[in-house]
Design a protein around this ligand. Structure first.
Ligand code: IMP
Length: 424
């Protein structure tokens, strides 16, 4: 490894959970660096499915230290429920380390996420309504409450009182909601404090020491490049930085320690929520991707919008992340299509684009320029060697590699741990 970032190269839901699960086997630490319980990772172990939203996938391996770093926003109620679920199913979550600098998602964040979306009407973002955006907003506004604040009840109550006064004005006067009481929130959060305290740590130092000791650290991104607050399809994005730079900031390491940046991309593409999507399919092919690929959100159960692979976006992901490798997931979902398409450019009026357009308007009104490749009929879910894939499937992967300019080192052909082709 030694310092490897695994991140989404599309709009999230690329199957990063299974990738980090595969890599976590050889890691000493697995670090979540941004996002919160808007993410959903499904890990399939034998007949068991584990849906995780906050706890890093590394928790499944007893030798791994799972870390929630300072760039994450934590809903303690969700975190503790996830830990209990793991414990009940025989997975020990007690090795989890949590940054005291991570910000907390508070009840008013969840409330605001819901009412703000309602207020936006047809301009809504389509958020997961988990309070992610409002929690990051407070972090930047410097009115956020951090994990470490839980351990000084007077400071916690004081900070809460100040921020709640403002939030209640917004809730009642702007959104016509009832105000929230601070006493209930204080009692609830101080109860969480007792349970969280043994896990709170200086996670930047922990990662530093692990790397200095020659250990392998895996940085696990949530969401994806095109949902990045700075580099995604703003405003239809999440409120953090899933891109590789976010790993450095969110984990508290310098960018030079990151040795490898693995982009995870599906063999097609999907997005949930609103926003432009040049290769979106609103036909039978799209429905088939949804059905065969099981394209429903892990967190919200929403049907994902699906379309052909967008290589313009993938090249963009390569650039903004300095990707060193690609992991292509769900190739099996494309079995049975006569023809496979992939966008190599966009056309808008008389202009063609081979790079992601700097003017977002173009993304709404462009038509993809497709390359058509032969499909394959064979079931590839039991294939474990690249050479054993049907010729058209191999050529599709080589085409992606060529277009993206990054080696495709892994291809997954099914959801289970073992259903992966390791090329290099
Ligand atoms: P938020 O992160 O809940 O604020 O939602 C903002 C946007 O990011 C919405 O379009 C969500 O659907 C999208 N989003 C957030 N988390 C994920 C994810 O894990 N996978 C895919 N989309 C996500």
């Amino acid at each position: 490894m030694p310092a490897t970032v695994v991140l989404g190269a599309q709009w999230g839901d690329e199957g990063k959970g299974r990738v980090t699960d595969l890599f976590a086997r050889d890691a000493d630490c697995v670090v979540r660096y941004q996002g919160g319980n808007n993410a959903g990772h499904t890990i399939v172990v034998g007949s068991e499915r584990f849906a995780l939203s906050l706890v890093p996938s590394g928790v499944m391996y007893p030798g791994v230290t799972p870390v929630i770093a300072s760039g994450v926003v934590i809903d303690p109620q969700v975190l503790l429920a996830e830990m209990s679920m793991l414990e009940e199913r025989g997975v020990d979550p007690s090795r989890l380390r949590i940054s005291g600098n991570a910000h907390l998602i508070m009840p008013y964040h969840r409330k605001l996420d819901t009412v703000m979306e309602r207020y936006l009407g047809r301009n809504r973002i389509g958020t997961t309504k988990r309070g992610i955006g409002p929690a990051y907003t407070d972090k930047i506004a410097r009115t956020g409450i951090r994990v470490q604040d839980l351990f000084d009840p007077a400071i916690f109550a004081d900070k809460l009182e100040t921020v709640l006064t403002e939030k209640n004005k917004i809730l009642t006067r702007v959104y016509n909601q009832l105000p929230m009481k601070s006493s209930g929130i204080v009692d609830e959060y101080l109860r969480y404090a007792d349970q969280l305290l043994p896990m709170v740590d200086d996670t930047s130092l922990l990662i530093w020491e692990a790397l200095a000791g020659g250990k392998d650290v895996l940085f696990e991104g949530a969401q994806g490049t095109l949902l990045d607050i700075d580099h995604g399809t703003y405003p239809f994005v999440t409120s953090s930085n899933p891109t590789a730079g976010g790993a450095a900031i969110g984990a508290g390491v310098g960018p030079k320690v990151l040795d490898r940046v693995v982009g995870v991309a599906k063999a097609y593409i999907s997005r949930v929520g609103s926003g432009p999507f040049p290769t979106e399919l609103q036909d039978e092919a799209g429905d088939r991707m949804v059905d065969v690929g099981g394209e429903y959100g892990t967190v919200t159960g929403r049907r994902r919008r699906c379309g052909w692979l967008d290589l313009v976006a993938l090249r963009y992901a390569r650039r903004v992340n300095s990707l060193t490798e690609l992991f292509i997931t769900k190739l099996d979902v494309l079995s049975g299509f006569d023809t496979i398409r992939a966008a190599t450019g966009y056309r808008s009026g008389s202009d063609t684009y081979s790079e992601f357009p700097r003017q977002q308007r173009v993304l709404y009104n462009c038509s993809p320029v497709y390359e058509e490749l032969d499909g394959w009929d064979e079931d590839i879910t039991d294939t474990r060697r690249f050479e054993d894939l049907p010729g058209p499937a191999r050529r599709y992967i080589e085409f992606i590699e060529d277009q993206a300019g990054v080696p495709v080192n892994w291809v997954s052909v099914g959801p289970e741990r073992g259903q992966v082709i390791i090329r290099r």
